[in-house]
Design a protein around this ligand. Structure first.
Ligand code: ADP
Ligand code: ZN
Ligand code: ZN
Length: 663
């Protein structure tokens, strides 16, 4: 009787074999219901092996193979298998991630009614903007390239018209009968891009896929894509797993964005999988950004990616002027320097919008007692709870623990406990005092708790219903507000001295992005950065908009330190109620690693994570590094087999993170 090998969503590294009387190779890629433990589970048939991996007498028969849904195509199966192999994740967990739950559970998704589309009316007939010279050059290079796989890095300053390039390429691919996959880093950025895409291709069948859409809609969209009845798929990292039988082009917008890397469960990078998929399907992929990642720059220097540049803005005459304000030389009023104060007043006078950027939400990062030294430490985490005055709460930004702001010090009863430091709420409150006539609007994760709230906040900004915006990184990305001409940056210095070697890269990207919000249309923009380190090389590069100089500098430092992108890393993390248990597990794992490592692998010592305690669990990590990706992969495969065989306390959890972004 045939044996089927099934990926089942459980945290075990291997697939499971079952008997299936009537199974054929036609069933590879179909969902199946099987007995598992004392219950039943749904899985995906990966293969029909010649012989079972276990004693044939112990094989159980499958319950039901779902044959009313078309099977998943072999290239999709390969993508899932590659993801499991490369990220060393259980295949069943990758299936559970990549496949909408409703499809895996075999709930029939009604076949959607589809509009018949006539190719000739697929494209908008209205006027297209005349391309700038740079855009025309870039497009010509892309169009002249021979068909097939090629990875392009489109480095274009903010507002240079990268999206216009995406749209033209999309039109080419649609006209040739192909499908287009467009990835964006965040849900918040999907509606506006979707709007532009729909406006350009009114007759195209577009589906939008991200973690915010309902399970039913996700399953329907996936099913439509599977049936080849979709022209454009637009979505966040999850969308990289959409089956696209006629895939002709992949676009990855803001390719540097850390959101492309999933930080839990299967720790995959959608950007990297997108490049893999383009190669697999032999189609071009364009990675676009104003501030490409150092990984991508290195590939461009190595000719693995082909570099395209858009050096000037499409609409505005120039990039915003960036000025550094030396805060050691002026008196700050609740964090606001006199030059920033003046600049804000000038914008108010001219009815232009300003943005004050501060990447710290809440009122103050800590509540403290000056008498006894009590601080608002979170009981579950090694972090302080943040003061939120809007609802008078102390809130842990790591585990979410909430309690009222105490009226007196819990340590000594002193009535004079004080908030220290500044968050967006405090800046918002002070700005409202300083500019009583201004409409001050705060946009952070607290103010925009739901997507609907966020949309309405963005709409009121676009409608000119706010004069001064106070925002976190949520405001840094993508948004286009024509009347916004001033960006003031507070508190950026903290990232200059962070322990993570990627901190300067992130800070530079973030400041370029947020600065890019200023003066996008006809009005000139200005960016004021308050700092105590005006001579810092990062700021020197920033004021000249010199991404190339910054990139060279950072790459030199990474090379000297042998950090990525010049080496490849993986991280083994463990967490348990007690730090000692986590560290002990990693120590034993390291002992297992030593004989396997050879000369190509560097093993570090287990160390507590920076935020050691999180939600009552204590965490440690062990870094592994190699100059060769293949050597690292090979080592991980052999090592993880041994780690799985280690005994561990029942309350210990561990995971491996390949190409980790947080180290
Ligand atoms: P990016 O994606 O590089 O940030 P966008 O594609 O959003 O830039 O373009 C910035 C602005 O310039 C948008 O308002 C867009 O409509 C406009 N734009 C882009 N290309 C052109 C062009 N060739 N002519 C006129 N306007 C353009
Ligand atoms: Zn006290
Ligand atoms: Zn906490």
């Amino acid at each position: 009787m045939p044996v089927v090998r099934v990926a089942i969503p459980v945290p075990l590294p291997q697939p499971f074999d079952y008997l299936a009387e009537d199974a054929t190779t036609e069933d590879i890629g179909r969902c199946v219901r099987v007995p598992f433990g004392r219950g039943e589970k749904n899985g995906l048939i990966l293969a029909l092996p010649e012989t079972a991996g276990i004693d044939p007498a112990r094989l159980k028969p499958v319950i039901h193979i779902q044959r009313d849904v078309p099977r998943l195509p072999s290239d999709w199966m390969e993508l899932v298998e590659f993801t499991a192999r490369y990220y060393h994740a259980p295949p069943g967990e990758v299936v559970a991630l990549a496949l909408p739950p409703k499809l895996l559970q075999g709930k029939s998704t009604r076949k959607p009614a589809l509009r018949a589309t006539d190719l000739s009316e697929r494209h908008r007939t209205g006027e297209l903007p005349t391309l700038t010279t740079a855009q025309a050059d870039v497009l010509a290079t892309l169009r002249d390239a021979p068909a097939g796989f090629k990875a392009w890095l489109l480095a274009g300053v903010t507002g240079s018209g990268k999206t216009e390039i995406y749209l033209r390429l999309t039109a080419d691919t649609l006209a040739a009968g192909g499908q287009v996959l467009i990835l964006v880093p965040e849900i918040a950025l999907t509606p506006q891009l979707e709007e532009r895409v729909r406006a350009r291709f009114p007759a195209a069948r577009i589906i939008s896929l991200h973690s915010g859409i309902a399970t039913g809609a996700r399953a329907r969209g996936f099913r439509q894509a599977l049936d080849g009845q979709v022209d454009i798929v637009l979505g966040t990292r999850l969308a990289v797993f959409t089956p696209l039988p006629g895939l002709g082009l992949i676009l990855v917008d803001e390719e540097h964005d850390a959101s492309y890397k999933q930080q839990e469960g299967v720790r995959y990078s959608a950007r990297d999988l997108a490049v893999w998929r383009a190669r697999q399907r032999n189609v071009p992929v364009v990675l676009g950004s104003a501030t490409p990642s150092l990984e991508s720059w290195r590939h461009a220097h190595n000719d693995r990616y082909h570099l395209l540049r858009l050096p000037v803005r499409a609409l505005a005459s120039a990039l915003p002027a960036i000025r550094i304000i030396d805060t050691r030389r002026c008196r700050l009023d609740e964090g606001i320097s006199p030059p920033l104060h003046e600049a804000l007043a000038a914008r108010l006078e001219r009815s232009e919008q300003s943005l004050v950027f501060l990447n710290r939400r809440g009122y103050a990062p800590v509540l403290a007692c000056p008498t006894c030294g009590w601080v608002s430490q979170c009981p579950h985490c090694s972090a302080n709870r943040v003061v939120h005055l809007a609802d008078r709460r102390l809130r842990c930004h790591h585990c979410g623990a909430v309690s009222p702001v105490p009226r007196a010090c819990p340590g000594c009863g002193n009535k004079d406990v004080q908030p220290f430091g500044r968050g967006t709420q405090r800046i918002e409150a002070r700005l409202a005092e300083l500019f009583p006539a201004a409409r001050v609007l705060r946009i952070d994760r607290d103010a925009a708790r739901t997507p609907a709230r966020r949309e309405s906040l963005l709409a009121s900004i676009a409608a000119g219903e706010a004069d001064i915006l106070v925002g976190t990184q949520m405001m840094a990305k993508g948004h286009d507000f024509p009347r916004l001409t001033l960006v003031g940056v507070l508190g950026a210095d903290a990232s200059l001295h962070a322990a993570d070697f990627r901190a300067p890269e992130r800070l530079f990207q973030q400041l370029m992005q947020v600065g890019g919000r200023a003066g996008r249309a006809q009005l000139p923009g200005e960016v004021l950065i308050q700092t105590e380190y005006p001579e810092h090389p990062l700021y020197r590069c920033l004021i000249r908009h010199d991404t190339d100089a910054f990139t060279r500098m950072e790459l030199d430092q990474r090379l000297a330190a042998n950090f990525p992108p010049f080496s490849y890393q993986a991280m083994l993390r463990a967490d348990a109620p007690e730090l000692a248990a986590a560290v002990d597990f990693l120590r034993r794992a390291r002992i297992e690693a030593a004989p396997l490592a050879g000369s190509l692998i560097r093993l570090f010592d287990p160390v507590p994570m920076r935020i050691t305690r999180l939600a009552r669990r204590e965490r440690a990590q062990l870094l592994i590094e190699s100059d060769r990706r293949a050597a690292l992969q090979d080592f991980l495969t052999r090592w993880l087999e041994r780690i799985h065989a280690l005994s561990a306390p029942h309350d210990l959890r561990w995971q491996v993170d390949v190409d980790p972004l947080e180290v």
